[in-house]
Design a protein around this ligand. Structure first.
Ligand SMILES: [Mn+2]
Length: 451
């Protein structure tokens, strides 16, 4: 039976061959991930294919190899030759002819035939990871071009890939809604909600999370990669829960964050901060389209943060001075968002020769590129009250004069962090927001949480 990804993988291989250039001869070689066990045991770890290998084959099983003939464009998949006893533990093994039918490659062989096939072409072997195949083929290995050819292909998603990303977004978004409905002040633990999230994904086809979920109550929301998820849900109904979690479907990721009060109603300073972050995100979403420089979107989010925090009484001075002195970055210390696809932080954010901007906040931007049709990026502005960062700002007279200490003390006492994150496809004249339907407007979240 043919895998639904076979067509997508064929298209992907053609993109990579094109990127490598028609003058190429020889082979492109990729090795899939192997079966791995917990150290010193025979307990197998859950298997998830290496992303480049999945991209070019659609095969999500261990111990495979791929050779692409750069002259003919033909694909050759190699499957392991197992002993008959292997079936006792793992069921029947894939034969080469079954591999051709299932994955739509041109030819398939057993792995022990790799050397013989390689020798059919007396030329260079392009590899992604420094694998030296010279003992097998006699040919020189070249790790320079293949990685770039695959990376640049993966940056622009095909319609088939987008269909899978919509599925991952759907399962993950439904799981977020389930959590909004389930949370109650003082009831249970962050881990209870993580378990519910993973269950809601799993039963919708999301067996694996795209990354370790972040389920952070109150001030833990200010810890960007908080993954302990083991504290009780706050008893104060005004306190926020920040949930940054999503699954993958057929190896394609989603990445969604929602932040909401455990009591179901946004109030006081928590509501003020939430509103500013929502404004930051909406400003960016309204400006995004092909041709826009991503770093300018980060700067737009900073500007909206500066305006909002000034209006809230936290900051003082002209917007121009606030931005020139990187004051909003004290509260928005990470990048606006990143490419997403087979990996949650997908490849290709910094093409060769492009450097990071060494300024607060924006130095953590995971992409500096012009937006192109078919890119999928996350838009995830946030505001956080991180004691270390704020104290450092207050200790610097050049920065402290822009901060109203009294108001800041109140906010940092009560509010941890807020982030709102959606996954967005770039189009010629705008965007398709894959996750925009997951409630984030204040009234929409409050309505869902009341049910
Ligand atoms: Mn993200």
């Amino acid at each position: 039976m043919s895998s639904p990804y076979a067509f997508i993988a064929r298209e992907n291989r053609q993109k990579v061959l094109k990127n490598l250039g028609s003058a190429n001869v020889g082979w492109a070689y990729l090795k899939g991930f192997e079966t791995t066990v917990r150290k010193w045991t025979d307990t197998e770890l859950p298997f998830r294919q290496e992303s480049n290998f999945f991209y070019l084959t659609g095969a999500n099983e261990p111990d495979l190899h791929l050779l692409l003939n750069l002259r003919t464009g033909k694909s050759h998949l190699f499957v392991p030759r197992h002993s008959p006893d292997h079936a006792l533990w793992c069921g029947p093994s894939l034969t080469p002819s079954e591999a051709v039918a299932q994955y739509g490659v041109d030819e398939a062989f057993y792995s022990d035939e790799l050397s013989g096939v390689l020798k059919q072409e007396d030329a260079v072997v392009h590899v992604v990871d420094g694998t030296d195949l010279s003992t097998l083929s006699g040919a020189k290995s070249d790790a320079s071009n293949l990685q770039t050819a695959i990376t640049e292909a993966r940056v622009i998603k095909s319609e088939g890939e987008l269909e899978l990303m919509r599925k991952a977004a759907k399962a993950s978004g439904e799981a977020h809604i389930a959590l909004m409905k389930a949370v109650r002040p003082g009831e249970g633990n962050e881990s209870t909600l993580q378990a519910l999230f993973e269950y809601e994904c799993f039963r919708r086809g999301g067996r694996y999370q795209a990354y370790t979920p972040i389920v952070a109550g109150a001030h833990r929301g200010a810890i960007l990669h908080y993954i302990n998820n083991n504290a009780p849900i706050p008893t104060d109904p005004r306190q926020l829960l920040l949930v940054d979690a999503a699954c993958e479907v057929d190896c394609y990721a989603a990445d969604i964050t929602r932040t909401y009060p455990v009591g179901g109603k946004y109030e006081g300073d928590w509501k003020t901060v939430y509103h500013i972050v929502l404004d930051m995100q909406k400003a960016v979403l309204s400006q995004m389209k092909a041709g826009v420089e991503w770093e300018n979107m980060h700067r737009l989010a900073e500007k909206v943060a500066g305006e909002g925090l000034t209006k809230a009484g936290l900051l003082q001075g002209s917007l121009e001075d606030l931005l020139a002195n990187h004051i909003p970055a004290l509260f928005f210390p990470h990048g606006l968002g990143h490419l997403i696809g087979l990996d949650v932080h997908d490849c290709g954010g910094y093409p060769a020769g492009v450097e990071r901007i060494n300024e607060p906040g924006i130095r953590y931007l995971r992409m500096r590129r012009k937006l192109e049709v078919g890119m999928v990026v996350t838009v995830e502005p946030g505001l956080y009250f991180v004691p270390g960062i704020l104290d450092e700002g207050l200790a610097d007279p050049k920065k402290a004069k822009y901060i109203n200490r009294e108001v800041l003390e109140r906010f940092r006492r009560d509010v941890g962090g807020v982030r709102i994150e959606d996954d967005v496809v770039v189009e010629a004249n705008g965007i398709e927001n894959l996750t925009g339907w997951v409630p984030k407007e204040i009234e929409d979240v409050e309505r869902i949480m009341a049910t």
